[in-house]
Design a protein around this ligand. Structure first.
Ligand SMILES: *[C@@H]1O[C@H](CO)[C@@H](O)[C@H](O)[C@H]1NC(C)=O
Ligand SMILES: *[C@@H]1O[C@H](CO)[C@@H](O)[C@H](O)[C@H]1NC(C)=O
Ligand SMILES: *[C@@H]1O[C@H](CO)[C@@H](O)[C@H](O)[C@H]1NC(C)=O
Ligand SMILES: *[C@@H]1O[C@H](CO)[C@@H](O)[C@H](O)[C@H]1NC(C)=O
Ligand SMILES: *[C@@H]1O[C@H](CO)[C@@H](O)[C@H](O)[C@H]1NC(C)=O
Length: 529
């Protein structure tokens, strides 16, 4: 009797289950999905772009970035967002690890002959997302080591397509605009030349490679065709990743706005920089269209820059907007890329996510590319790698308008002076910025502002003085009130780093590791001309 009762109850349960399944399943699963669903991520990193290059940042001026302005109108624009360093490799290492160069060991740029790269025991964002089920792709510039296990395919990227370092680190057949201009790749062999360029000089023995995964597909790369090729690869990646039914992480590290600026075939009469900016903007428009096309994808797009404009390149460099670093300009030297002045690291930044990020908003929170790693990991419901400390934090609350609280303290590492690379010699404390060392980068007119120590530090109030023109008077009440907080911030970070797991990057060089399609051909060409 009892058994029959249980049987009948089970039968009833099974019948109820199947009869009502179609009605209650969608609701139940729908709400559960919101917590566990992994969104797609697209991070677009422009090279050497200026804060003032983004039309939406300076609405009173003519804009050359209508597509990015549309991203701003539909998303969140950041006014006080900073790259984690003022030069290429360290900035990228920090974006992909959430850690300052003082922890990753990547404090200056890698070269075409570099044996190493981002230390192998540093874990990249791509590695973390891949492990959590993402399809991962990098299109564009890597610049964190190209030899052996330092290649993107060994650092978490399923797919790689691009130039593995800066677009000026090799000759091309159509050199584009640079100052001074570089000649095309040689046609005849010259054995007395070395692979490395000298200073800001030109490469005449090694052509610029274009890679797909580990294969060199073109050498010298044709920079004029790059935007079209990057757009096609991005469209393909998004389509293929979406058709697999897996979330994706696409990191697009553009060659724009780094010199040489290519000469678009039918350039409008704007001049080389504005033409290139327009070209970049169109490319970003295509990536956006691919990502949010027919399917209406659940995708966060984050646009930012790796450091400020390369002022030494004069009219081929971007605009810092109001962040001119006036104090430094008076001493000579530039105050943009390679410096800790605002022009060196305050970068145009946008976050866009229809349905999740409310549009047409501006955030003045103090944020950094260091925050991208912890934020994307949190949004993907995955933990940060253990056994190390992070400089970035999860700022998804700011994306969603639930918080306005950015960093109270943010460090700007020295990215310009050999011997002191990576040192934390400038720090933000709320609206204040203190310099323990100042220094300029080479300027358009050839001046170089040499390093100067400041004890006590030089302090600017950025809210009142975004140009960094007039430091606070050291005896003033405002200045004296800051000193204890500053001393504590500096002491805390030093103690924190000295007890962290700090990696060491191999900056050794060896000519045998250069990327060379065919060593028998002049400039390593893949094919004879
Ligand atoms: C070969 O390269 C060296 C070093 O760059 C240069 O001084 C020399 O003029 C070059 N020779 C020829 C024939 O181009
Ligand atoms: C370059 O310009 C700066 C101002 O930005 C000036 O202080 C410096 O004297 C100039 N140097 C040369 C070599 O003209
Ligand atoms: C965006 O916001 C500004 C004010 O913050 C307003 O003037 C403008 O009309 C808004 N634009 C859209 C498209 O909502
Ligand atoms: C450093 O790594 C070791 C294991 O390799 C770990 O025990 C230690 O807690 C780590 N230190 C920090 C600060 O995370
Ligand atoms: C990477 O390895 C070095 C050398 O063994 C070590 O000192 C460092 O703490 C490691 N880094 C991390 C993040 O574990």
């Amino acid at each position: 009797m009892a058994l029959l009762g249980i049987f009948l109850k089970s039968l009833l349960a099974v019948l109820l289950f199947y009869c009502f399944l179609p009605f209650w399943v969608p609701d139940g699963f729908g709400s559960k999905n919101d917590d566990t669903k992994k969104p797609n991520f697209i991070v677009i990193l422009a090279d050497d772009i200026g804060w003032g290059d983004l039309g939406a940042n300076l609405p009173e001026l003519e804009s050359h970035t209508p597509n990015l302005d549309a991203v701003a109108a539909g998303g969140l624009r950041f006014e006080d967002f900073h790259s984690a360093a003022s030069t290429c490799s360290p900035s990228r290492a920090s974006l992909l690890t959430g850690r300052l160069g003082a922890r990753t060991g990547v404090t200056h740029n890698f070269a075409v002959q570099s044996v190493g790269g981002l230390p192998l025991n540093e874990t990249t964002l791509a590695e973390v997302l891949k492990k959590s089920g993402y399809t991962t792709g990098l299109i564009g510039k890597w610049h964190l080591g190209h030899h052996g296990n330092y290649h993107p395919n060994a650092r978490g990227f399923d797919y790689y397509y691009g130039i593995p370092y800066s677009n000026d680190m090799g000759c091309t057949d159509a050199p584009g605009y640079d100052i001074p201009p570089c000649p095309p790749c040689p046609l005849r062999r010259n054995l007395t030349q070395s692979f490395a360029s000298t200073g800001g000089g030109c490469y005449t023995k090694l052509a610029l490679p274009l890679m797909q995964n580990r294969a060199i597909v073109e050498q010298p790369a044709d920079l004029r065709r790059l935007p079209e090729r990057y757009a096609l690869r991005a469209e393909q990646f998004v389509e293929e990743a979406s058709s697999q039914g897996r979330p994706y992480f696409l990191y697009v590290a553009l060659a724009h706005m780094h010199v040489p600026l290519s000469r678009p075939p039918m350039a409008p009469p704007l001049g080389p920089y504005a033409n290139s900016l327009t070209e970049m903007d169109i490319l970003i428009g295509r990536i956006k269209a691919a990502a949010y096309g027919a399917a209406g994808q659940d995708t966060l797009l984050w646009f930012t820059g790796d450091n400020g404009p390369w002022a030494e390149k004069c009219n081929l460099a971007g605009s810092v907007g109001p962040f001119v670093g006036a104090w430094q300009l008076e001493q000579g030297g530039s105050s943009a890329k390679q410096t800790t002045w605002e022009g060196g690291h305050r970068v145009p930044t946008l976050a866009y996510w229809p349905g999740r990020i409310q549009g047409n908003r501006t955030s003045s929170a103090l944020l950094s590319t260091l925050d991208i790693f912890p934020t994307l990991a949190a949004l993907a419901h995955t933990a940060l790698p253990a056994n190390r400390r992070y400089d970035g934090t999860d700022v998804s609350g700011i994306l969603f308008g639930q918080s306005q609280e950015g960093h109270r303290v943010l460090f700007h590492p020295n990215s310009g002076a050999a011997g002191t690379f990576g040192r934390l010699e400038a720090v933000r404390l709320g609206q204040y910025k203190a310099f323990y060392t100042t220094g300029g980068a080479p300027a358009c007119n050839g001046s170089v502002g040499p390093a100067q120590r400041h004890d006590p530090p030089l302090v600017f109030n950025l809210h009142q003085d975004p140009e960094e023109s007039s430091p606070l008077v050291p005896g003033s009440q405002e200045y004296r009130a800051l000193l204890p907080d500053l001393a504590k911030a500096m002491g805390d970070i030093m103690a924190d780093i000295s007890t962290d797991n700090v990696s060491v990057a191999d900056y050794g060089q060896d000519p045998s590791v250069v990327l060379c399609c065919d060593p028998k051909r002049v400039a390593c060409r893949c094919t004879e001309l």
